[in-house]
Design a protein around this ligand. Structure first.
Ligand code: NAP
Length: 277
């Protein structure tokens, strides 16, 4: 049920640049409505360098929550009062909560949302051998959260020395790896942008086998070439939309104290993506 906007309505927003393409308003408003919460969610274009000003404005205006996207994740981490351990390790905040006492708390929900989704798909992380392709913002968050969730071995594969930087600064179980690590791996994560908006795959299909689960965090197209070829190899695949949904579930729980139903956010995301295609 959509609660009418009144003087008591709380506001949350995604800040970023560019931000007009964001799926977050569709996801969060659907969950606010389904939960009968007196909240609304909008997208605010904030120019590069404006992250700290946006946090100051949040305090002044009493905006209850921010989702933070490029290019503000690091600036915002430096501008808030307290951050969670994952956000501190990554120097990156994607969620800000304005507490009742006026202080701000920041979190990084991308990696934890990824682990939530993998586990919701029935794949245990504890003790598992994982190969993570990519060491950008998403790859680093996933490596950090896989480590916190107890993964046994995390081999990071990247074209540049970003893999070494991530391995040295994030999870203890993390190390620089290569595609040869796929032979003994339980889970392959594509955290590169390869396959985003294209029919490319970051891995030759000869590396895929029935007992190697693939999680591709790319969600456009909805089924990537990597997922298709992995399914052809007889293996389980995990899509990228679920990570988007589950990191948003965590965001909303931080803002409102109530965990929304992931299925509501997923339906909203699918509807929005279908409307755009
Ligand atoms: P990013 O910080 O720009 O990192 C991109 C990563 O992809 C880097 O590791 C980069 O390697 C690698 N890469 C790019 N092109 C490559 C190529 N041709 N061959 C091999 N590696 C390549 O981006 P990000 O924020 O981490 O996002 C990565 C992807 O995940 C994007 O497609 C994004 O849309 C998606 N994503 C999904 C979710 C979700 O909720 N499902 C969340 C966040 C991001 P180098 O370091 O060598 O350049």
């Amino acid at each position: 049920m959509r609660v009418p906007i009144t003087g008591a309505t709380r506001l949350a927003a995604v800040i970023g640049s560019p931000v007009r393409h964001s799926l977050s308003p569709a996801l969060h408003n659907a969950a606010f409505e389904a939960g009968g919460l007196d909240w609304r969610f909008v997208a605010l274009e904030v120019a590069p360098g404006g992250g700290a000003d946006a946090v100051a404005a949040m305090r002044t205006l009493g905006i209850g929550g921010f989702a933070v996207t490029m290019p503000h994740k690091s600036d915002v981490a430096a501008a808030i009062d307290e951050i969670d351990p994952a956000a501190a390790a990554l120097d990156s905040v994607n969620t800000v909560v304005l507490r009742n006492d006026g202080s701000t708390f920041g979190a990084s929900t991308d990696g934890a949302g990824f682990v939530d989704w993998v586990e919701a798909c029935g794949v245990e992380v504890v003790g598992r051998r994982v190969v993570v392709l990519g060491a950008g913002g998403a790859g680093r968050a996933i490596v950090d959260s896989l480590g916190r969730a107890g993964a046994g071995d995390i081999a990071i594969v990247n074209r540049t020395d970003a893999a070494a930087v991530a391995a040295a600064s994030l999870a203890e179980a993390a190390r620089v790896g290569s595609l040869d690590d796929l032979g003994a791996a339980d889970l392959l994560v594509n955290a590169t942008s390869v396959g985003m908006g294209s029919d490319d795959s970051p891995v030759d299909r000869r590396f895929l086998r029935p007992d190697l689960t693939v999680a591709d965090i790319v969600y456009h197209p909805r089924e990537t070439r990597l997922q298709r070829e992995d399914a052809d190899a007889g293996a389980a695949t995990i899509d990228g939309l679920g990570m988007l949904v589950h990191q948003a579930v965590r965001q909303q729980q931080l803002w409102t104290g109530i965990r929304p139903d992931p299925a509501v956010l997923r339906t909203a995301a699918e509807r929005e993506l279908a409307a755009r295609s």
